[in-house]
Design a protein around this ligand. Structure first.
Ligand code: CAA
Length: 393
């Protein structure tokens, strides 16, 4: 029997404040339906000054490690953090997270980047490591804070989240299939040069590149022995905004000439939108936020296959699939996810703009201490000597 490799546990974290897009529509004097219907978004999470990709990643990962016994913790020999909004050009977010989690010393820690595809690259790497040694576990964290310029077309599609996934040869939630479909093309649809804190995007072009990359990766997945479109109970896409995934899925359904009815095609993706509609774009975490929404919000998915279309601008796409394991329902953390989302503090327009654009980020070595605000387990306490200092709360 071949070993199953898949996801054994997960954790989720997002910024502790939340901004309602109706307030942005009011500021812009446009109909809020452009957001609720046009792009399929209602709200997005906003980080407090003492939250960033390190604290969010550690918060999500610590939910998993707190449920593990010492022997299981020792089996984590790789910690991968995928992000495109990292805090240092050299030192990996994973090293900060490793210390905050108090993991043992013998861990391979590194950061992965290819826009919103990074988390999937982390999962592919994890599968290779576990295939070599079935006793090891790999902790993969996908985390991002999505930032565009104020008053740009991207502003309503901001957000942030971290999803931690424990990958092992003893999965309880999902087991990965072998087939993978790949597509890469050199595109300038979305990028962030080193001197900028906000991303640049060619919005309309990015939608076309996304769709074309999904179709090309799907064809590669099919050529490599993948399942049929009709076999899937659900599809998880990268979700910069939920309507993007709906557009891509409708286009893919035409591409494969499915005989499924239009409502059946829609039902394949709708459950993946529930959390992303109120979290916003979390870049490399967003597809996995969609997966959590699907698992926590659907009727019995046992033994059902799920397809993933993981897109990252620039542009990379991977299509892969997994089967939901019968044990999955006993390993969900639905109440915790809903509590995390429900406890976010609503902020008004001025507070959102201040938090999103005036956050502590000295570029001249100035020392600042940061007031405690986050209800999360870790915080950014100080920036001094060009170093960021984190602490457990
Ligand atoms: N009621 C209902 N719908 C309305 C409406 C109203 N009152 N007003 C407008 N709409 C609809 C429009 O008809 C349009 O729908 P279609 O796309 O189906 O035609 C939709 O709302 C958006 O309207 P606009 O095209 O006028 O909006 P825009 O140009 O201001 O911005 C955007 C759209 C370009 C996608 C912008 O949100 C953006 O730049 N986002 C960032 C880039 C992005 O997310 N790209 C996705 C692919 S790249 C990627 O996936 C990587 C990543 O994470 C960034």
């Amino acid at each position: 029997m071949t070993t199953q490799i898949g996801i054994e546990d997960y954790g989720f974290a997002t910024g502790s404040k939340v901004f309602d897009l109706s307030l942005l529509a009011e500021h812009q004097q446009i109909s809020q339906e452009k957001y609720t219907i046009g792009i399929g978004q209602e709200k997005f999470s906003v980080p407090s000054y003492d939250e960033d990709v390190v604290t969010l990643a550690a918060a999500a990962a610590s939910q998993i490690t707190s449920r593990m016994d010492p022997a299981q913790l020792d089996s984590i020999r790789t910690l991968i953090v995928a992000t495109e909004s990292g805090i240092d050009q050299s030192k990996a977010v994973a090293v900060y997270v490793h210390r905050l989690l108090e993991l043992h010393r013998n861990v391979r820690c590194f950061e992965v980047k290819q826009a919103c595809y990074g988390g999937t690259a982390g999962l592919a790497t994890a599968q290779g490591i576990i295939a070599r040694n079935n006793d090891e576990r790999v902790l993969v964290v996908a985390v991002d804070v999505a930032r565009y310029d104020a008053d740009s077309s991207g502003e309503p599609t901001q957000g942030n989240a971290a999803v931690a996934l424990l990958v092992s040869a003893t999965p309880t939630l999902l087991a990965f299939d072998h087939a993978q479909g790949l597509a890469v093309t050199d595109a300038m649809d979305f990028w962030r040069p080193n001197h900028r804190t906000t991303a640049l995007v060619d919005g309309r072009a990015s939608i076309q590149v996304y769709i074309q990359q999904v179709l090309t990766a799907w064809d590669d997945y099919a050529r490599h022995g993948g399942r049929q479109f009709e076999d899937f109970a659900a599809f998880c896409y990268h979700q910069p905004f939920t309507k993007m995934a709906a557009k891509a899925h409708q286009r893919l359904s035409r591409h494969v000439s499915t005989e499924l009815s239009a409502p059946a095609v829609t039902a394949q993706i709708d459950p993946t939108f529930v959390y992303n509609r109120v979290v916003g774009n979390s870049y490399t975490a967003s597809m996995y936020v969609g997966l959590i929404g699907l698992l926590e919000g659907s009727n019995d998915l046992s033994n059902k296959p799920i397809a993933f279309a993981s897109y990252g601008s620039g542009a990379m796409c991977e299509v892969f699939s997994a089967v939901v394991l019968p044990s999955y329902a006993d390993h969900l953390h639905t109440e915790r996810t809903q509590h995390t989302l429900g406890q976010r503090e609503p902020v008004d327009f001025q507070s959102y703009r201040r938090l999103y654009y005036d956050y502590p980020n000295p570029t001249d070595g100035t020392a600042i201490t940061i007031a405690r605000e986050t209800p999360g387990p870790f915080r950014l306490a100080e920036i001094s000597d060009n170093q960021r200092h984190y602490e457990a709360c």
